[in-house]
Design a protein around this ligand. Structure first.
Ligand code: GLC
Length: 559
């Protein structure tokens, strides 16, 4: 396999709106990120992915872009952005921006022009179709609820939006649109970006002409995912985009790709794949239901383990997943993957180790390194996120009471991860001197960066050690390129695997429960490299693990 500059990197996702606010408007900004580069360097991360900071009405928190060539004034200026890129480079860090090109904002000039003349040049930048007898052109349901078609007032025409109605889909079939997108990507890469995280990209290829699918809910509509399963030919767009942009800059790209078929993985992130990497969403999808959040099933440790093992097997020698336990669209990983009631620091560190040392590029979402947790919602009025509001309604429609619906959406709400970063126990958690745009998680007095950076056994320092271990000269090769081999996969509430490199073998073994357990391992320990909690009790190959203890060991090299 050809080695790439990003293979051994650690990435960190910043959600700028909630990271650090320097001008007191309650919204995080670029200067806030610049000020915190030392903190990020202390943690040890190399790649910083910024969720969108382009001009936007923020209908979907910046994933609705009205000007790709400018920074939204709420986040700062172009000078701030250039300074951030330059200061990051001085620290050997790379900046990734969020590339949102399945759709733009309805306030983008292209769309405004399209509305003026739907049959004209800019009308063809979007999907605009005649309705069918006063109804939308087809029965697809938008991801955020309701029809994916919005009527253009004063006409019988509709425009298509896979997401919110303020996010009209760009027509990738139109070569002029594609060229505009590539021009914009190159313009940013010329500024010295390391690359992009690529949003919702799997949606750019539609089955055309538009047609109805069998309804999958009582609303008579069908999920867009049903259409996507049938869509063919996305590869032509993605190869073209890569050729015209990323490839020329050796940029790192990570695609937001759900549901890729196993046989397609080499196309997506193999050696000559469309992207450098794609996110591993397997764990995030455990227990999810097509009917809505109210129907989601509990995640168990063993399901989590099986999912990771299967994904690792699928990627095999093909390519590098980008591994996550959470992001700005998911609840906090510690709430999702640790059994309810077991949110100890030991458990948080255990989860960190088991996902971080799998093969792939580890991504940390802001605050994860402190073990930040889901927040508490007292009423639906406290929710900002559009998809949470939709799921609340879906739960009510399915017969749940308001109280039950709130309990359901609280568990999965995207706002859980969007509460302000907890810098300290000072007012507003040190995030802002003004009123934060979204409520703080009340636990900031106990979970915050100031306390954790000053305490050697904190979750923060455990992440720091994990990063340092992955980067250590003698272990780099095995953590980056070593083969992934499951160990004792049938053992309940226990997750262990080997990373087998050319010269070294590592064992990661985690007792995912409160009870102690003694395990006879199929390998012999040479040296314990990392322990999250308690004493190390290793005798030959028998190890006694305390509750939620994880050990990372170098073991004897075997065949
Ligand atoms: C992606 C983003 C999400 C956004 C959606 C539409 O899934 O991660 O936050 O709402 O795309 O752009």
């Amino acid at each position: 396999m050809q080695k790439k500059w990003w293979h051994d990197k650690i990435a960190y996702q910043i959600y700028p709106k909630s990271f650090s606010d320097t001008d007191g408007d309650g919204i995080g900004d670029l200067r806030g990120i610049i000020n915190k580069l030392d903190y990020l360097q202390e943690l040890g991360v190399d790649i910083l992915w910024l969720s969108p900071i382009f001009c936007s009405p923020l209908a979907d928190q910046g994933y609705d872009i009205s000007d790709y060539y400018n920074i939204d004034p709420r986040f700062g200026t172009m000078e701030d952005m250039e300074e951030l890129i330059a200061k990051a480079r001085e620290k050997n860090m790379y900046i990734l921006m969020d590339l949102v090109v399945n759709h733009c904002s309805d306030e983008h000039i292209w769309f405004k022009e399209a509305l003026k003349d739907p049959d004209g040049r800019y009308g063809k930048y979007f999907y605009i179709e005649e309705g069918k007898n006063g109804n939308p052109p087809c029965n697809w349901r938008s991801y955020f609820g309701g029809s994916a078609w919005e009527k253009i007032s004063g006409t019988e025409k509709y425009y298509f939006h896979a997401f919110h109605k303020k996010q009209p889909d760009l027509n990738w079939e139109n070569p002029e649109v594609r060229q505009e997108i590539y021009k914009m990507i190159n313009w940013w890469l010329d500024k010295g970006l390391g690359g992009f995280r690529i949003d919702a990209i799997i949606n750019i290829k539609k089955v055309l002409p538009f047609k109805d699918y069998a309804p999958d809910r009582e609303d008579g509509m069908a999920s867009i995912k049903t259409m996507l399963k049938e869509a063919e030919g996305i590869g032509e767009f993605l190869s073209e985009m890569k050729r015209e942009t990323f490839e020329k800059y050796d940029a790192f790209t990570v695609g937001e790709v759900f549901d890729a078929k196993e046989e397609e993985l080499p196309l997506f992130f193999g050696e000559d794949g469309y992207f450098s990497s794609i996110f591993e969403f397997g764990p995030a999808l455990i227990g999810k239901s097509k009917d809505g959040w109210y129907d989601c099933k509990e995640v168990t440790v063993d399901k989590y383990k099986d999912t990771c093992f299967k994904s690792q097997k699928k990627a095999g020698k093909v390519g590098f997943w980008s591994n996550i336990i959470e992001n700005h669209d998911e609840p906090r990983g510690v709430n999702e993957f640790l059994p309810e009631g077991d949110l100890s620091e030991a458990g948080k560190k255990l989860l960190a180790a088991v996902y971080f040392l799998q093969k792939g590029i580890p991504f940390i979402y802001q605050g994860q390194e402190l073990g930040m947790e889901n927040t508490v919602f007292h009423s639906i009025e406290e929710v900002d996120d559009i998809s949470t509001k939709d799921e609340y309604q879906v739960a009510l429609d399915a017969g749940y009471s308001e109280e039950e619906a709130l309990r359901i959406v609280s568990k999965y709400s995207r706002d859980n991860a969007r509460t302000p970063f907890q810098w300290s126990d000072a007012e507003n958690a040190g995030f802002s001197s003004g009123k934060p745009w979204i409520s703080l998680n009340p636990n900031y007095s106990s979970i915050n960066a100031k306390e954790q950076t000053g305490r050697e056994d904190s979750v923060f320092h455990f992440y720091r050690k994990l990063i340092a271990l992955r980067k250590a000269e003698e272990y780099k090769e095995v953590f980056v390129y070593g083969e992934f081999v499951p160990v004792l996969p049938e053992k309940e509430n226990f997750m262990a695997y080997l990373r087998k490199g050319q010269e070294k073998t590592i064992l990661v073994a985690a007792n995912f429960q409160r009870e102690c357990v003694t395990i006879k391992l199929p390998v012999r320990c040479k040296k314990v490299l990392l322990n999250n909690d308690g004493e190390v009790k290793v005798q030959e190959s028998a190890v006694t693990f305390g509750g939620y203890q994880v050990l990372v060991m170098e073991v004897e090299q075997t065949e």
